[in-house]
Write a protein that binds this ligand. Structure first.
Ligand code: CU
Length: 184
């Protein structure tokens, strides 16, 4: 009898443990979601328009946090990572965004995140070019024919967990689009 009871009990036990598991799973995702929301911060936004520069040309993000480049210009731009010591461009940090006619139209964006703390330099190859400065470092310079404000179209992403640095982002980095910043 013992052997014939056991096979019937096992499914019972499985059902019970499955129910217990289901309750556990029902509770677990809630706390997991809350944790995920706390650890995954909102993106940091960098904006472009007809001034042919990156408005927030230095931003600070946590490892894994998205930087989203938003093109509010009528024209296209590229966002290309490079190593200042060599001028070598990145194959991973290699973005492009299209122009938009203006407010009310979709904006083209490019997103990237970095796993490790460090400095990520980038430039727009349409409006800037890398040139060797005295001392040998490669720096972005405004292309001579480019119109705009006059800054070389380039920037820096600081990837860090330092809370003071992270608090230094300009307020505009919290907004996906800036209502008054459209135009080319
Ligand atoms: Cu550009």
């Amino acid at each position: 009898m013992h052997t014939s009871h056991c096979p019937r009990r096992i499914p019972h036990m499985l059902r019970h443990s499955a129910a217990a598991l289901a309750v556990g799973l029902l509770l677990a995702p809630v706390s997991h979601a809350a944790t995920a929301a706390n650890t995954q911060p909102a993106p940091v936004y960098v904006h472009m328009n007809g001034a042919n520069m990156f408005l927030e040309n230095v931003v600070v993000v946590r490892p894994g946090q998205d930087v989203v480049f938003v093109d509010q210009d009528t024209g296209a731009h590229t966002i290309i990572g490079y190593a200042p010591l060599t001028g070598k461009t990145s194959t991973r940090f290699d973005g492009a965004v299209q122009g938009t006619p203006g407010p009310g139209h979709p904006v083209s964006t490019y997103s990237i995140a970095f796993k490790h703390p460090g400095l990520q330099f980038y430039y727009c190859s349409v409006h800037a070019e890398l040139m060797k400065e005295p001392g040998g470092r490669m720096v972005p310079k405004k292309r001579p024919t480019v119109h705009g404000f006059g800054d070389p179209m380039a920037g820096l992403i600081i990837v860090t967990s330092d809370k003071k640095l992270l608090a230094d982002n300009p307020a505009t980095t919290h907004e996906k689009t800036l209502p008054d910043y459209f135009g080319g």
